[in-house]
Design a protein around this ligand. Structure first.
Ligand code: ADP
Length: 501
């Protein structure tokens, strides 16, 4: 183990945040058969820790704990639940540096970006601590004079939350925050690549006084854990962020017990630069939209569509800006591009670039593995990219920006919408009418206008078409964990006036 990594892990261990067991009913537990799995630092390949490798049996017990805890947690007042969440938020913020280091260690993103994720992720807990108090029902004008109709919002029950590796903290908090605020309890299954941040966050939830069994964490054999969650009638909700393929499996699996499902799946984000855009704004916006987390987010710009009048100027300025991005270990000074998560991710990027080049794309910058080795890939800009190339059709999930040229607004909208995905889109223009026209014509759940960073806990995040179902963040994120219960009652005064009793 390198000296740098040893000192980081030692400090994390001293702070009690380097947890390696699953959390079931408030207890840290090994896999029942003692199995473990290795968690690696993608920048060095070193093993950071061995964590419990759990499966169906442990998941069933985690579900039982969550089910028992639901009885009491859902009956607390909203103010009581809010206090627990607020305390959890305070602890996440108090341990911002350690959590950031943990994210960089297991996920690879630069430390500054990792600490930024802690800020962003923790805000979901803060926001939902506040929102917990605003689960209003409704009174409906009755259809008979002596009746009163009202709508009560009730927590759905136990939720299974399955999360990916690209935001080891934020993908969890944006699910667990609203779930707990509504009165649900959760079984979280983080990615096997990045379970350590999830376990540290769960430790802080316990320290915040969130009762045992309200938050459970299991990791290990994903299909077995998934099956246990899907088949259990006690689990009433599946909330998932990850690949479209796995999302479809989960949706089909949830049908067996008719669970509520929310899915945040892959995107194929277009980033459209019109002739009338401010060049600097477009370059900086596209840079942020494409290269954060080394291109490994589902809202990362996947295709940069540039109008012919500004194409050459943009390609030149953008390539210059990309050239300045420093690649390296996320703990390194000034590094803004970390490694890719694993070899499969690296090979996917290579395949996509080879496919594009073989079909006539030009490499303006990069286009190969980085000399640092491991899973580092050079920040890459491709020009002369066409719609039929893999880089245009599917998510590359890496630091590759393909530039496509278009002539008219109609053509840009057609190219942008010509995909099954519909998560994020970006447009750069100084024309106000065009802003509205194009934003509304884009079949996407999120549209950034002259802006490359669009995620915030206060606005709804989610996709249309095959990018998913449901929304996370904002007041709408609460709806995913609530049932609307209609109730009809006989109104008391009229009841007495009728002289029935
Ligand atoms: P990514 O490509 O982002 O890793 P995945 O969809 O493979 O996307 O993984 C997202 C999450 O889904 C991870 O926690 C992973 O372990 C989990 N997962 C993968 N396959 C299954 C499955 N069959 N059932 C339940 N969870 C799964």
């Amino acid at each position: 183990m390198s000296v740098g990594m040893k000192s980081v892990t030692d400090r994390l261990r001293d702070s009690g945040l380097l947890r390696t067991q699953g959390l079931i009913g408030g207890k840290w537990i090994d896999a029942y058969d003692g199995k473990t799995l290795e968690v690696h630092n993608p920048a060095t390949g070193e093993v950071i820790a061995n964590v419990s490798c759990m499966g169906g049996k442990e998941t069933k017990d985690a579900i039982s704990s969550a089910f028992d805890a639901f009885n009491s947690w859902s009956k607390l007042t909203a103010a009581e639940r809010s206090k627990g969440l607020r305390k959890w938020y305070d602890l996440l913020m108090a341990h911002k540096e350690e959590l950031g280091q943990l994210i960089t260690l297991e996920q690879g993103k630069p430390l500054k970006e990792a600490v930024g994720e802690v800020d962003y992720g923790a805000k979901f807990i803060e926001f939902y601590a506040e929102e917990a108090k605003r689960v209003y029902g409704e009174i409906i004008p009755a259809t008979l004079p002596d009746r009163r109709l009202f709508v009560l919002k009730q927590p759905v029950g136990v939720a299974g939350a399955i999360t990916p590796w690209n935001f080891p903290l934020a993908m969890i908090t944006r699910k667990v925050g609203p779930a707990l605020a509504c009165g649900c309890t959760v079984v979280v299954k983080p990615s096997e690549f990045t379970p350590l941040t999830a376990l540290a966050a769960a430790e802080l939830a316990l320290q915040a006084g969130i009762p045992p069994g309200v938050v459970n964490v299991v990791m290990g054999n994903a299909p077995d854990i998934g099956d246990a969650l899907l088949t259990s009638p006690q689990v009433r909700k599946i909330t998932f962020t990850g690949s479209t393929a796995v999302g479809k499996k989960l949706m089909a699996g949830a049908a067996g017990t008719v669970k509520k499902v929310s899915l945040e799946l892959g995107g194929n984000a277009p980033c459209i630069v019109f002739d009338d855009a401010d060049l600097n704004v477009a370059v900086n916006g596209a840079l942020a939209a494409k290269f954060r987390n080394s291109g490994q987010t589902c809202v990362c710009a996947n295709r940069v569509l540039v109008q012919e009048g500004i194409y050459e100027k943009f390609a030149d300025a953008f390539s210059k800006a990309v050239k300045n991005l420093k690649v390296g270990d996320g703990f390194g000074e000034g590094v803004v591009q970390g490694p890719l998560i694993n070899k499969a991710a690296l090979e996917k990027v290579e395949t996509f670039v080879e496919d594009a080049v073989s079909k006539g794309a030009k490499v303006l910058l990069g286009g190969r593995r980085h000399s640092l080795g491991m899973t580092f890939y050079e920040p890459t800009v491709l020009s002369n990219v066409k719609s039929e190339m893999l880089v245009s059709r599917e998510e590359v999930f890496g630091p590759v920006a393909p530039l496509l040229c278009f002539k008219t607004e109609e053509e840009a909208i057609h190219m942008a919408n010509d995909t099954n995905a519909g998560l994020a889109a970006y447009i750069f223009t100084n024309n106000l009418q065009r802003t509205w026209r194009v934003s509304e014509a884009l079949e996407y759940g999120l549209v950034g206008v002259n802006e490359g960073l669009i995620s915030t806990e206060v606005a709804p995040f989610g996709g249309v078409k095959q990018s998913g179902l449901g929304r996370e963040g904002s007041k709408y994120g609460m709806d995913e964990f609530l049932e609307k219960e209609g109730a009809c009652s006989t109104a008391f005064e009229l009841y007495f006036e009728d002289g029935l009793e």
